[in-house]
Design a binder for this molecule. Structure first.
Ligand SMILES: [Zn+2]
Length: 188
């Protein structure tokens, strides 16, 4: 619980320190001191949102309603993104947001927006969480399949889908990831 509170506090601080932008009806929060880094990240995130709007208009409309915004730069090591339920935020890894292909970034946003959409689904047991995670991963695959040239990412995402196991969603496994979240540094 404390770890979750500290994670939320860190996110609130990052939100407060962020420059705010809006694209395709989505708020983008960037807590970067360097204006050149901020511009690179903004350009890439806007390109990702443009992909979603262009190739999956329905999803674009839904994510506008389901997400409070996108915050870049405060994820655990090795994580592309996660959904902060208490703040309804999609949190993107700063390096991925800056250097990743916008198609993959769009997939990550679609994944976290699906978590937001499914937030009323039962999420108490490892089996329920496993089911939700698979649906979110399928949302990524569905999106990149629609993007021209996205085929090259489908194999990677299918592999990630196949590697998911129920044991990754036990209370213990989730607490360990939350712990990592509280100690992750913002890339700013
Ligand atoms: Zn997920």
């Amino acid at each position: 619980m404390l770890a979750q509170f500290m994670g939320t506090l860190g996110l609130r601080l990052a939100m407060w320190q962020s420059d705010r932008y809006s694209a395709y009806g989505v708020t983008i929060l960037l807590p970067f001191r360097s204006s050149s880094v901020r511009e690179q990240v903004l350009k890439n995130v806007v390109a990702a949102l443009a992909y979603i709007a262009r190739y999956n208009a329905g999803r674009s409309e839904r994510l506008r309603r389901d997400l409070r915004g996108i915050l870049v730069g405060l994820t655990p090591p090795g994580s592309r993104a996660y959904y902060a339920d208490d703040l309804r935020l999609c949190v993107l890894n700063g390096d991925v947001a800056r250097h990743g292909h916008p198609g993959l970034l769009a997939a990550a946003i679609a994944h976290e927006a699906t978590h937001a959409r499914l937030r009323c689904f039962p999420y108490d047991t490892a089996a329920q969480r496993f089911r939700v995670e698979r649906l979110c991963k399928r949302a990524e695959i569905d999106l990149v399949s629609r993007i021209p040239g996205g085929d090259r990412f489908v194999g990677l995402l299918r592999q990630e889908l196949a590697s998911l196991t129920e044991s990754m969603f036990t209370d213990d496994a989730i607490n360990k990831r939350r712990q990592a979240r509280t100690t992750a540094d913002a890339d700013c």
